[in-house]
Design a protein around this ligand. Structure first.
Ligand SMILES: [Zn+2]
Length: 494
């Protein structure tokens, strides 16, 4: 009987994020629990599981693990998870299917996936390995060298995770029965593409390039073509946009990858996010605000879901400096201030030094904390049940939380970075976010399903946090230079 090992290990690493990534951040499921989780999982691992069942394989799932974007993965976490997969592989198997990200950096390995695949291939030489990756993967030659098939998502927001797994399984299946290995090629023009320029639901260069990839997949002999946008703030030599093709011959794989690489490079200026200066964004928000519904101010420089510390005060500071009121903000992660407000007690007047307390290596030092006078309006354990569509029905916790009222701004301050997925993070402190004139959130994408429908308008705001779109702010150590647009004179002749 065919024996397959399936696993999911998924992390998008922001090398500059001060948010730690220990094993617990992955909430890893092992063995039987992982096996149970893999069936119907709404990502590539679910498709792998369905495929393995369809062919009547004996299935082992040693690991299903996913962590939110944050800093480099701790070594003991990576070793424990890699070891679980290796132990299953070393028992002997006929094939391996992996649901990975492609932008995982660990404390000791810049190319987390490349290292994992290298170990797996060494443990099972000759055994076919199929890999599904995220569109934001930074692809390395090591990844290609140590597996047989790579396919990545073609959508962002990612709505084709299962389809991508199915695509991998389709190309992988013949390998189980001795078909020749396909050829893979990587083309990596020296360019960083901004995450905010990759939204494939909009009319943009990225969407056009992915359309070309789909067309190329229809050519005889071409098995898969993926445009990887890359994750720019994951600092390794190979960071950036790349194309990976899978084809019957090395010549064809190379030709297709280069063709798309050249097209990406030709339109490189369209992958640079034109950042609006913050004072302009605030002025634009003020012009839109008529009090009928909140104007959303989304801080894309300190975005929780990309490893932001959620304590950068630039946007609030600018709002206050411009003399606005009716402001609601949250959640700001500042455990010191939470402790101080709990000590003061509900109803107490307090003076606080808020945020700007999380220095990040490779970025300018934070500005001084924001000094504010106000009243402790409410205290809470920071738990609430989600009424919105993402994680519907689940109870979430942001650590202990306080509502601080300065008269012109009401601010949710909590102990942990927390994505505002739902109104509950305000309501658990008695605040009605829908009544704010300006609603400032540490989010750029995942708050939208709940907050956008109740907003008057959305204004994206730049700040100096670790998820800034101005990549000139970051002191990259590993990134291969020159690279466009950091080095504007970069040339490339493939
Ligand atoms: Zn992604």
């Amino acid at each position: 009987m065919t024996r397959l090992v399936l696993a999911r290990l998924n992390h998008e690493t922001n090398s500059f994020s001060p948010v730690k990534t220990p094993l617990a951040a992955f909430a890893p499921k092992w063995g039987g629990e992982a096996q149970a989780a893999a069936g119907n999982y709404p990502a590539a691992i679910g498709a792998f599981h369905a495929f393995a069942r369809r062919i009547g394989a004996e299935i082992e799932v040693p690991l299903v693990a996913h962590a939110m974007p944050s800093g480099p993965v701790e070594d003991d976490a990576f070793e424990a998870m890699a070891q679980a997969i290796l132990a299953a592989v070393e028992k002997g198997c006929d094939g391996i299917l992996l649901d990975l990200h492609g932008a995982m950096v660990t404390r000791s390995h810049d190319d987390g996936e490349g290292e994992l695949l290298r170990r797996i291939r060494a443990a099972a030489p000759g055994v076919p390995i199929g890999v599904a990756l995220d569109l934001h993967g930074n692809i390395t030659q090591a990844m290609l060298d140590h597996c047989d098939v790579i396919v990545g998502f073609k959508t962002y927001p990612h709505v084709d995770m299962v389809e991508t797994g199915e695509h991998v399984a389709r190309l992988f299946e013949p390998l189980l029965y001795g078909a020749p290995r396909p050829a893979m090629a990587l083309c990596h023009p020296p360019m960083l593409a901004a995450t905010l320029c990759m939204n494939t639901t909009t009319d943009c260069a990225m969407a056009d390039l992915i359309a070309l990839a789909r067309q190329a997949e229809a050519r005889p002999g071409v098995q898969a073509v993926t445009v990887f946008g890359g994750f720019p703030i994951s600092d390794l030599a190979e960071t950036g946009l790349s194309i990976v093709s899978v084809a019957d011959t090395p010549e064809l794989a190379r030709e297709v990858a280069r063709e798309l690489g050249r097209e990406a490079w030709r339109r490189r200026a369209e992958y640079v996010y034109a950042e609006e200066p913050l004072p302009q964004s605030i002025a634009r928000a003020a012009a839109l605000a008529d009090g009928s519904a909140p104007v959303l101010l989304l801080d894309h420089g300190d975005n929780c879901m990309s490893g932001g510390s959620c304590d950068v005060m630039d946007v609030l500071e600018e709002l206050l400096a411009a003399g606005h009121d009716g402001i609601m903000v949250g959640p700001i992660a500042d455990p010191q201030t939470v402790a101080r407000l709990f000590a003061a007690g509900e109803g107490a007047e307090a003076e606080i030094a808020l945020g700007n307390k999380t220095p990040a290596e490779g970025l300018p030092a934070p500005r001084p904390p924001l000094r504010l006078k106000g009243r402790v309006a409410a205290l809470s354990d920071g738990r609430y049940r989600v009424a919105g569509p993402i994680y519907h029905g689940q109870e979430l916790s942001m650590g202990r939380a306080a509502a601080f009222d300065t008269g012109v701004a009401r601010i949710v301050i909590c102990e942990q970075p927390h994505e505002p997925l739902d109104l509950g993070c305000f309501a658990c402190l008695g605040l009605d976010a829908a009544r704010a004139r300006f609603l400032h959130l540490k989010s750029r994408m995942y708050c939208r399903p709940v907050f956008e429908p109740l907003a008057k308008a959305v204004v994206e705001c730049a700040s100096s946090g670790v998820t800034a779109s101005d990549y000139q702010l970051f002191a990259f150590k590993k990134l291969a230079r020159p690279i466009y647009p950091l080095d504007l004179g970069t040339t490339w002749h493939d």
